[in-house]
Design a protein around this ligand. Structure first.
Ligand SMILES: [Zn+2]
Length: 498
């Protein structure tokens, strides 16, 4: 059976991870956990991008070899994912032999097909982006992202015939309207392709820290061309196209991949908007050239600002997700990031907003609902087991479909909104029915109200769990059939610090 294949970008190891990286990976984790909870087999890939001139420079500055540097930063990513309770299925590094071998084989296939050819390139280049830019992309030849002047570079290089795929790409976007997501970002991509695609320089002669071209080792593969291939090298393409089949089959086995076709095509590549063009234009063209099916969706989310400012080292306002999680709990952070801002749009991280959300949605709405329900239930003996029907639960079953729709569309904020609207209704249900007063005249009716709440809260637990796994596990424990225990509040209220 084809697995649901979801990927993060592979993160560039030139520096350590921050909240931006965590956001993409958390989103993948949430979607992956949700799918798995529905019985869908999932393959969730993340990893690190480790070649290129910036890694050489970072390593040099640290006085270590590029590989030693990459090992250190890749380990930091793995640590962070563990701390953020992220359960990926595979972690690929572009220095893995399974990846390097696949890149080399892909390159030779495209070279033999004529989709890669040797030529010369001269142009203006941003060393930090590792990309050439023209004046429309970089006004005044200053990189718009790094605010640094571009350098003039002339070199012998291999080109990928991107221009050949212009019409095919436009046709593909048209026939697959879900491919470019969210749709408001898609328009920009189609317009970019319509404006004309140029062939892409895909090797460097000046960069030693890269994957050598097999048939011409004076060239190393351009880091972006190298990096994009991770999605298929991790999915097991090597076993199909590389000579040393046995090695790649063994690697696939380690990664939990039986056949390439069980994983590929990717169901969603989740990325930040700054790398949308690479994923929505170059990557599908590379796959067309290779004759491999295209991913179903490339979804670009927005950027986070902090207290209204762009995150930057100079401003010193980079949010360390681990610090926030250590101070306020990991689950509230996971919740906040996806409840506060429509997934796909830009968002602002502020401590005030975080604490407001925490107190309103978690301490008041969810936490209170659970504790008042369990406190009332304690009077009626054990929590019930077995099947049960009630109106409240019927509503929850209907909501389940709506949530599934939102999750499939990656509208994570809408899924949470739907869950919290039910939580609000449940709190109002308690206020209306007043079981504590009802018990004085009709004890059976009061007990029914509480049973309704217990069963519906169990449904709520299922929806909450992918977003807040530890909270979900705790709710499940507290709500499981048997005697009610005494519990501390799920989310103690936070005070706003000055
Ligand atoms: Zn740049």
């Amino acid at each position: 059976m084809k697995k649901f294949y979801i990927t993060t970008p592979i993160y560039y190891v030139n520096s350590y991870p921050h909240i931006g990286h965590s956001y993409t990976t958390l989103a993948c984790d949430i979607v992956s956990r949700y799918k798995k909870s529905r019985g869908v087999p999932v393959h969730f890939l993340t990893g690190t991008d480790e070649h290129g001139i910036n890694i050489e420079k970072a390593a040099q500055a640290a006085g270590v070899s590029p590989k030693e540097w990459a090992d250190k930063v890749a380990a930091a990513y793995k640590d962070l994912w563990k701390n953020l309770n992220i359960e990926y299925d595979d972690f690929i590094r572009t220095t893995d032999r399974r990846h390097e071998g696949t890149v080399q084989a892909v390159f030779e296939i495209l070279l033999a097909k004529g989709d890669i050819y040797l030529g010369h390139y001269s142009g203006m280049y941003c060393n930090s982006c590792e990309t050439y830019m023209d004046e429309t992309e970089a006004p005044g030849f200053v990189c718009p992202i790094h605010k640094k002047p571009l350098n003039e570079v002339k070199e012998e290089t291999y080109f990928f015939k991107l221009s050949k795929y212009q019409d095919a790409l436009l046709k593909f976007y048209e026939n697959n309207p879900d491919f470019l997501s969210p749709s408001f970002r898609g328009t920009e991509i189609s317009n970019f392709v319509k404006s004309g695609l140029k062939d892409l320089s895909v090797t460097r002669t000046k960069v030693a820290w890269g994957i050598p071209v097999l048939s011409n080792p004076a060239h190393t593969v351009y880091v972006w061309f190298d990096a994009l291939i991770n999605y298929v090298s991790a999915a097991g393409l090597g076993a199909k196209i590389c000579k040393d089949k046995a090695f790649f089959e063994m690697e696939n086995k380690k990664a939990g991949v039986k056949n390439f076709e069980d994983v590929w095509p990717a169901d969603v590549h989740l990325i930040g908007k700054e790398i949308y063009r690479f994923h929505a234009v170059i990557w599908p063209a590379m796959l067309m050239a290779l004759g491999v099916p295209l991913p179903k969706k490339v979804f670009a989310h927005g950027w986070w600002t902090v207290e209204g400012e762009k995150m930057s080292k100079t401003l010193g306002n980079i949010v360390d997700p681990k610090k926030v999680a250590d101070e306020y709990g990991l689950d509230p952070l996971r919740f906040f990031l996806f409840r506060e801002v429509p997934f796909g749009a830009d968002g602002d991280f502020s401590m005030d907003a975080f604490i407001r959300r925490y107190n309103a949605d978690l301490a008041n709405d969810l936490g209170n609902l659970l504790s008042r329900t369990l406190n009332m239930a304690a009077k009626y003996g054990d929590l019930p087991a077995g099947d049960y029907k009630c109106e409240l639960l019927e509503k929850a079953y209907k909501l389940d479909k709506e949530i599934e729709r939102h999750m499939d569309a990656l509208a994570l904020d809408k899924a949470l909104e739907a869950v919290w609207s039910l939580i609000g209704n449940m709190n109002r249900y308690i206020d209306d029915k007043k079981p504590w007063a009802l018990a004085k005249t009709d004890e059976a009716a009061a007990k029914t109200v509480i049973t309704d709440l217990i069963y519906t809260l169990r449904r709520v637990t299922d929806w909450v769990t992918p977003f807040m796994p530890a909270t979900g596990a705790e709710m499940k424990k507290r709500l499981s059939p048997g005697p009610v225990q005494k519990y501390a509040p799920l989310f103690p209220r936070l005070e706003i610090k000055k």
